[in-house]
Write a protein that binds this ligand. Sequence first.
Ligand SMILES: [Zn+2]
Length: 306
Amino acid sequence: MRTRIRALVALATLAACGAGGPPPAREFDAKQALEYVNTQVAFGPRVPGMPGHAAMARWLDSMVRTRADSVTLQKWWHKTASGDSIAMTNVFAQFNVKATQRVLYLAHWDTRPRADNDPDEKNKHMPIPGADDGGSGVAVLLGVADALKKLPPDVGVDLLFVDGEDYGMFLPAKVDVLIGATYYAGHPLVAGRPIFAVLWDMVGHANARFTIESNSQIAASDVADRVWNTASALGYGNIFTPVGTGAVTDDHVPLIEAGFRAIDVIDINNYAQFWHTLQDTPDKESLQSFEAVGNTAVAVIRRALK
Ligand SMILES: [Zn+2]
């Protein structure tokens, strides 16, 4: 994704959360999420066309098939701006398939082919390890799948692992990026729209602080309220702070453009020094951040119909 500096959006203070009642359960295994990051990075770069991409696709498929009620692989060829055709796969895992009211969570599983932001010139054309940028979002979705396998949800849940988020260039215009999310927006696998959609991207690093990205705020402020209020009820109000921040061009944008009520949970500000560098490695990931994000992600599902 890329960021655009904007004037901070002044947001109304979020309503105090959880009018009575016990706090939501903490069902997410953050230690396991860290292992999921390690496993992904060990495949090598998950760049379309590279061996790590193929190995990751097989692993992801096997992981969701042993957890979800239904799995669909959405495969197509993407024609790049330079005329190449690259094989793309979105992995779509469903829980409570028959439910008509559904929640969509997504994360990108590919990683960036070039470390554009690396301070060392000779690294700029090398693929990034993608521990946080790619690995963390997938780890959250797989941890959610573990929790939903243990205790099936009352709402329908769709976990969408999108390919090709980070393949091309974001500037000066979007070229060969957000490929999987754009494809899904045009070829959704469920009739009708989910109640809401949440993208989880760059969510596992140490000292992560989540502010409300402005495309999300504009498109679906009530969805942001759900997530931030749930985090607060779980005791993570220090990590999820309900203030506005600049716009990020990420996989939620094509969904919003297609009429989904979608938001992006992302912290790029506190990861800027490692983002799109060869230093995006598992040692930057944090148990505390995964606990906050993962438990929030599961609890938002548990509360979706309430
Ligand atoms: Zn990226």
